[in-house]
Write a protein that binds this ligand. Structure first.
Ligand code: SAH
Length: 252
């Protein structure tokens, strides 16, 4: 395996538990509020601000990714209690001790996947469904797996309300991937395993890209590229995600 990259600071926050622990309240289950037209208009300005002030400065340059970050209404993916924080560049609680990732990191991971309109993408860790929506705007089909059933159901509802028809949500342990649907042109993992799951490497098409955080406390964002004769790999940055949990003890 070729090692191509080097590590850069600072730490970006994925679906980290840190903020969740600080601001968690029992009122943050469900209740994704709808917005009045005037609030929605303001939210466009908020999204533009997020892109200009945080996402571009984080080094994201792909115009298609920037356009999607300006378009997808992140406030619809968080409980209404947190909707007013939706366009700050931080993670937010989504219930069940989980969080939606920091938008600049969502954009960076998406950009690294270099998606095409025909790509079939697998996401592990549906959470709110926000990352799935971003992927679905840039790819052909998105399959996403979430281990916490109520989160999967809520994400399905939100995505249906917003009109996404090219996303399938499954409840289960994403460590194993979705073998019946493999191979995938791109795979993204938004919870951190302590090693790279072999099933995900196996389910990558030749030419496919896999991006994932790896590690227990210290985590790095890793990018794999499947070639005709193996995998190329580079480490992108330090990150902080919630751990990937297993449904049952590993037999692998
Ligand atoms: N991508 C999400 C954020 C994910 S937070 C978003 O855009 O909102 C990480 C998610 O991974 C959590 O919802 C957590 O329940 C889920 N998760 C953790 N371990 C998992 C596993 N083994 N399989 C599938 N999902 C898992």
């Amino acid at each position: 395996m070729k090692h191509l990259g080097r590590i850069s600071l600072p730490i970006a926050l994925g679906c980290s538990t840190l903020l969740g622990l600080l601001v968690w309240t029992s009122s943050c289950h469900g209740d994704r509020g709808s917005e009045s037209p005037s609030t929605l208009a303001n939210r466009q300005a908020d999204r533009d601000h997020l892109v200009e002030e945080y996402i571009i400065p984080h080094g994201v340059t792909d115009p298609a990714v920037l356009a999607v970050m300006r378009r997808v209404p992140r406030h619809r993916f968080v409980p209404s209690t947190y909707a007013s924080f939706a366009y700050m560049d931080g993670p937010l609680p989504i219930g069940h001790g989980q969080t939606i990732s920091q938008p600049s990191l969502v954009a960076k991971m998406t950009e690294a996947l270099t998606l095409k309109k025909t790509d079939k993408v697998l996401e592990i860790g549906t959470g709110s469904g926000y990352q799935a929506a971003i992927l679905a705007e840039l790819a052909g089909t998105v399959l996403t797996i979430e281990i916490v059933e109520p989160l999967a159901r809520q994400a399905e509802l939100t995505l249906a309300e917003l009109g996404y028809r090219n996303i399938r949500v499954r409840v289960g342990d994403g460590y194993l991937g979705w073998p019946e649907e493999a191979p995938f042109d791109a795979i993204i993992v938004t919870a951190a395993p302590d090693h790279v799951p072999q099933p995900l490497l196996d389910q990558l098409a030749v030419g496919g890209r896999l991006i994932l955080p790896v590690g227990r406390f210290f985590q790095t964002l890793e990018l794999y590229h499947r070639t005709a004769d193996g995998y190329e790999h580079k480490t992108l940055s330090f990150v902080r995600f919630v751990p990937l949990v297993r449904e049952r003890r590993e037999e692998e």
